[in-house]
Design a protein around this ligand. Structure first.
Ligand SMILES: *[C@@H]1O[C@H](CO)[C@@H](O)[C@H](O)[C@H]1NC(C)=O
Ligand SMILES: *[C@@H]1O[C@H](CO)[C@@H](O)[C@H](O)[C@H]1NC(C)=O
Ligand SMILES: *[C@@H]1O[C@H](CO)[C@@H](O)[C@H](O)[C@H]1NC(C)=O
Ligand SMILES: *[C@@H]1O[C@H](CO)[C@@H](O)[C@H](O)[C@H]1NC(C)=O
Ligand SMILES: *[C@@H]1O[C@H](CO)[C@@H](O)[C@H](O)[C@H]1NC(C)=O
Ligand SMILES: *[C@@H]1O[C@H](CO)[C@@H](O)[C@H](O)[C@H]1NC(C)=O
Ligand SMILES: *[C@@H]1O[C@H](CO)[C@@H](O)[C@H](O)[C@H]1NC(C)=O
Length: 540
C-alpha cells in the first residue's frame, strides 16, 4: 500500500511515496486523506458480467440513452419497446435529463451576461443494492420456494436456475461511466470557471462509492492527472458525524419510525398496483406457494439492479407499462414521506448544505445566528477546508440527502400531497427526474450588466434587458440539465420565464429556510410518530 497521490500537501507536511500511512496515524489531516479508511462502509464485489455470452439483445431499434452498454430496450408486456421502463424507476433509473423539464422555458444567456460561479451537488452513479435493501432477500425467497418443491413455469421459468449475482453498495461499471460522462459534460459546460492559478477543493464522503464517484467525475472533468488540479476533501460518513453531504448521519429521527411514513405510503400503493401482477406470477408457479406482493415488488426491483450490474435483466419484461409507472410512484411516495415535505426531517437533513451555500454565496463563514447547527464547524470555519475564493464548488452526495437539500431550499414545487391511491395528474415529484443514479443539480450565479426582463420577448432581435437599471446578479438552478423555476416555489423570486432569482433575494429567503428546518427539534425531538399526511412543511 502506498500513499495515494490524490492530495496536495498543504503546509510543511512531507510524505514520501511508498511510506505506509494509515488513516489516524498520518500527519496529514484526515479530511485530506483519500485512502479507504475505517469509515469506508461495507462493500462486496459482484460477479463479473459476461454479456457477450449471455446477451439476448438486440430487441428493438432504440434504447433511450445512445451508446450505453447496458440493455434498456427490453420489450415489456403489451409493447415492443421497453426503453420507457427505465425512465420510471425512481432513484434506480440510470441517469437521464428530465425529459419533460420542470415547467419553465430555457433560454441562452443574454449577450453581455456572465456565469461567475457554479455550485454543483452530484449523486453517486449506479450501484449494487445497499446492505439493507429488501431486494437482497429475494434470492433466499426463491431458494425457499424451490426447496419446498415449487417450480416456475412460463415466463418465470428462468427462475428455476436463476442465480443472484449482484454485489453490495459499490459502484457498477455503469456507475463509473455515468460519473465520468458527467465530468466530461460539466467540463464542457463549466470548464472555463476553473482557475488553474488557484487551488480547488472538491468534497465527497468516505464511502467507497462516494469517493469513486468523485474520482471518476474529476477524471472526466480534468483528465487522469486531475490530482494536479483539485484536492479532494473527504468528509466522514458515519452515524453521529455532521456531514452536510450525508445529512441523515446527524439526524436520528430520519432513521427511525418518525420518518417512516413514506415507506408506509409506498407499501399501501404497492398492494394496489401490483395486485394483478402478483396473481399473474402465481399462475406461473406450481404447488400454490405463498407468493406475496412484496415478492413481486422485489422481482420488479431486480430489473434496474441486474441491468446496471450485469447489463441485462430478464425481470424487466415481466411487467407492463402501467406497472412501471406504478413502480416510479412507489418510490415517489417513499421520498415524499421520508425525505421531502411530508417528512418531519425532510428539511433538517438538507439544511447543512443550505447553510454552506449561503456562506459561499456571501463569501463569509457562517455566523451562529445564520446557523451552523447541521455543519461540521471545524471544517466549515477554515479556509483550508471551506474556501470562498472558488468559482466552482463540486460536492458529491446521496439521493436522499440531495432530495432533502431541495426540501430545505424550500422548493415547494415538490411538496404537493401524494395520495396512496395513485398519482395525481401532472405531479411534479417524480424521483427519476430529480435523483436518478448520477443525478445532480447545478446552481449557476449569473452576472448581468442590467436587470434581465422577467418576460423575455418572442422577438429574437429584441433586447433581453430592461431599458435601465444597475448590474444585477441572479441564481439559476438546474436539476439534471433542466431549469427549476425558482419563482414557482419562492414567491419573492417573482414569476420569471427563465426561472431565475435575484441573488440577494435568494440569500435572504435561504437564511429564513434555516430556521424553518427546526434542526434540533426535528432530528432529536421525542415527538409522537406522525401519520402519513400530517406533516406538510418538511419539519416537525
Ligand atoms: C500526468 O503527469 C505526469 C507527471 O507529471 C506526466 O508524466 C504525464 O504525462 C501526465 N499525463 C497526462 C495524461 O497528462
Ligand atoms: C491541471 O494541471 C496540470 C498540471 O499542472 C496542467 O497541465 C493542466 O493544464 C491543468 N488543467 C487545467 C484544466 O487547467
Ligand atoms: C468534523 O470533521 C473532523 C475532521 O474529519 C472530525 O474529526 C470531527 O469529528 C467532525 N465533527 C463532527 C461533529 O462531525
Ligand atoms: C415452505 O415450507 C415450509 C414448511 O412447510 C413453510 O413453513 C413455508 O412457509 C414454506 N415457504 C413458502 C414460501 O411457501
Ligand atoms: C404469506 O406470507 C406473508 C409474508 O411472509 C405472511 O404474512 C402470510 O401470513 C403468509 N400467508 C400464508 C397463508 O402462509
Ligand atoms: C462579462 O465578462 C466580460 C469579459 O471578461 C466583461 O468584459 C464584462 O464586463 C462582464 N460582464 C459583467 C456583467 O460582469
Ligand atoms: C418519549 O416520550 C414518550 C411518551 O411521552 C415517553 O414514554 C418516553 O419516555 C420519552 N423518551 C425519552 C427518551 O424521553
Amino acid at each position: 500500500m502506498h500513499i495515494s497521490s490524490h492530495f496536495l500537501l498543504l503546509g510543511a507536511t512531507a510524505v514520501n511515496a511508498g511510506v505506509v500511512k494509515l488513516r489516524g496515524t498520518s500527519k496529514i489531516p484526515d479530511y485530506f486523506q483519500t485512502s479507504y479508511g475505517p469509515f469506508a462502509g461495507p462493500t462486496e464485489a459482484g460477479s463479473a458480467p459476461f454479456l457477450a455470452q449471455t446477451i439476448l439483445a438486440p430487441f428493438g431499434q432504440h434504447s433511450y440513452v445512445p451508446n450505453t452498454p447496458v440493455v434498456t430496450d427490453v420489450p415489456i408486456i403489451g409493447e415492443n419497446d421497453g426503453a420507457d421502463a427505465f425512465k420510471n424507476m425512481g432513484n434506480l433509473s440510470p441517469y437521464m435529463p428530465n425529459p419533460s423539464g420542470f415547467g419553465v422555458k430555457e433560454y441562452p444567456l443574454p449577450p453581455g451576461t456572465n456565469i461567475t460561479q457554479m455550485h454543483m451537488v452530484h449523486r453517486h452513479g449506479s450501484r449494487y443494492p445497499t446492505s439493507s435493501a429488501s431486494v437482497a432477500t429475494f434470492p433466499d425467497r426463491v431458494a425457499e420456494l424451490l426447496g419446498n418443491g415449487t417450480r416456475f413455469t412460463g415466463n418465470l421459468a428462468f427462475l428455476n436456475s436463476w442465480k443472484y449475482q449482484l454485489g453490495k453498495e459499490e459502484l457498477t461499471a455503469l456507475g463509473r461511466q455515468q460519473l465520468f460522462d458527467s465530468g466530461v459534460l460539466n467540463w464542457f459546460d463549466y470548464g472555463r470557471l476553473y482557475d488553474p492559478s488557484s487551488p480547488l477543493i472538491a468534497r465527497t464522503t468516505t464511502q467507497v462509492r462516494m469517493l469513486q464517484s468523485a474520482e471518476n467525475f474529476l477524471n472526466g472533468f480534468f483528465g487522469p492527472n486531475w490530482t494536479k488540479n483539485v484536492t479532494l476533501e473527504v468528509l466522514i460518513e458515519e452515524t453521529g458525524f455532521k456531514n452536510p453531504l450525508a445529512g441523515d448521519k446527524a439526524c436520528p429521527n430520519n432513521d427511525n419510525d418518525r420518518s417512516a411514513a413514506g415507506d408506509w405510503a409506498s407499501t399501501q400503493w404497492q398492494e394496489k398496483y401490483l395486485k394483478s401482477a402478483t396473481n399473474r406470477f402465481r399462475q406461473s408457479m406450481t404447488g400454490n406457494p405463498n407468493w406475496t406482493i412484496e415478492d413481486t415488488y422485489n422481482a420488479q426491483t431486480m430489473c434496474p439492479y441486474e441491468t446496471v450490474g450485469l447489463g441485462y435483466s430478464p425481470f424487466c419484461s415481466l411487467f407492463t407499462r402501467e406497472e412501471w409507472l406504478g413502480f416510479e410512484y412507489s418510490i415517489d411516495l417513499s421520498y415524499y414521506g421520508g425525505n421531502g415535505f411530508a417528512s418531519p426531517t425532510g428539511r433538517a437533513v438538507g439544511v447543512g448544505y443550505v447553510e454552506e451555500l449561503i456562506a459561499r454565496l456571501q463569501h463569509h463563514y457562517s455566523q451562529p445566528d445564520e446557523g451552523y447547527t447541521a455543519i461540521n464547524e471545524t471544517l466549515d470555519t477554515s479556509p483550508t477546508t471551506f474556501p470562498f475564493n472558488q468559482n466552482l464548488y463540486l460536492d458529491f452526495s446521496h439521493d436522499t440527502t440531495i432530495f432533502s437539500m431541495l426540501t430545505a431550499l424550500g422548493l415547494t414545487q415538490f411538496g404537493e400531497f401524494l395520495p396512496t391511491s395513485g398519482p395525481p395528474p401532472n405531479r411534479q415529484l417524480v424521483v427519476s427526474h430529480i435523483v436518478p443514479f448520477a443525478g445532480r443539480f447545478n446552481i449557476e450565479v449569473i452576472k448581468a450588466p442590467r436587470p434581465v426582463l422577467a418576460r423575455r420577448s418572442e422577438d429574437p432581435q429584441a433586447s433581453d434587458y430592461e431599458s435601465e437599471g444597475d448590474e444585477t446578479t441572479y441564481v439559476h438552478l438546474l436539476m439534471n440539465q433542466r431549469t427549476i423555476p425558482l419563482g414557482r416555489s419562492i414567491t419573492e423570486c417573482g414569476e420569471r420565464d427563465d426561472g431565475w432569482c435575484e441573488l440577494q433575494t435568494f440569500i435572504k429567503v435561504q437564511k429564513e429556510n434555516i430556521a424553518k428546518a427546526k434542526f434540533e427539534e426535528s432530528c432529536f425531538g421525542n415527538y409522537s410518530i406522525p401519520v402519513y399526511g400530517d406533516i406538510t412543511t418538511g419539519a416537525i
